[in-house]
Design a protein around this ligand. Sequence first.
Ligand code: HAM
Length: 438
Amino acid sequence: MASFQTLPGFREFYPDALARRNHLFRLWRQTAHTFGFAEYDAPVLEPLELYKTKSGDEIEAQLFSFTDKGGREVALRPEMTPTVCRLVGERANALKRPIKWFSIAEFYRYERMQKGRGRCFFQFNADIFGEPGIEAETELIALLAQNLCAFGLNESDFYIRLSDRNLWFYFLEALGFDEARSRSLLSAVDRFEKLGDEAFRPDAEQFGALDEARKTQVLAFLHIKSLASLETLVSSLGGDKLRSRLDDWKRLLRNLEAMGLSRFVEVDLGVVRGLAYYTGFVFEAFDRKGELRALAGGGRYDNLVGKLGYAELPAVGFAIGDMTFALLLEQRGLMPNLIQAPDVYVVIGGPEERLAAFADIHALRAAGYRVDYPMRELAFGKQFKAAAESGARLALIYGTDERAKGVVKLRDLTERSEREVPTTHLLAEVRGFFDGSS
Ligand code: HAM
């Protein structure tokens, strides 16, 4: 065996795997178009600086970065968000608002490998710029849900956990924490699901121990899973900021209900998202059985465009990853069998017949039919076997007899019936066969 192997965590796509990947991309793209999103693309290699402090410590530690031959510090993109902010920031004045954009692209993170996690993966990203209100969240959560439903998944397969970093900050402020302490506590909350109580250990948490009474309050908030309990808590704490934020929640949930999406969305303040730039509503999609890592994640990030040096521009977005998504589809039996069968298989006699067949093969392909034939001369028996195995519905037979009569034999490989047609009518006959009119 040769010793050149794929790098750990990198993926090769043999044709069957690529057909499955294309299936995801096709439906994601189609769905994004139905929501009026426009597609963009950008470089895979970016200045390292773009991710420093902007994406957060976790992603920064996972960068594939190096110095290029010109002495530039560069990194393979670990995510699209800083890049799309640059694209939009550069042309902010020229772009019609709201800016609704999507992309499908590959990303690189030096992560510990596990099921559904690799070092390179694809994401579908969708973002809206220029819309400060919950209308943007409505649109994006709807797109996220539809991007999963388009494959036949439903509310028993996945759900979207909805949370809010603003609400967390207002809540922690009401408990008397300053912003730096609140940030540190939110990273502890982010780790709580994985680590449990450990996440709040004084040495794990930058700003020292949390007293028991506060910890109980923080844990109670983290466990809120309904609008009703959120309302109860907000009314017990009071405060204008919290109350007006609760109104945003109600409007957002009402919008989603009107779209018929309540069955997918669950209030869950245990989600805060690890990326550094989120500022408001945040959400993550998971499989219902809880067997897989996150399917998708996103939220509002109103400061990032400004932080990159452009005029401030409100933004919300999310990304779906291809790896957990494909695993879920396979688990649910929703990954179709994507055999790339030809429409027509051509069976050819001798060298003279081959030349006659070539003219028709090319004309049929130019007309859009998938046509295959044996590259080498083979006995008829072997060719018929190949035709049957190819999955084609129609075989065209070019034998010596047929050539002498100026005909081609059409064999319906499903019905096992045959008939001869004049060579001059071949294209019309093949069309008729596939349109069902002959
Ligand atoms: P994220 O939560 O880091 O968010 O990634 C989104 C999704 O990408 C995850 O839920 C997961 O499905 C997939 N993903 C992430 N890392 C890996 C990995 N190592 N292997 C396989 N799949 C992975 C973001 O990237 C944000 N930039 C999303 C966003 C867009 N926010 C606003 N706009």
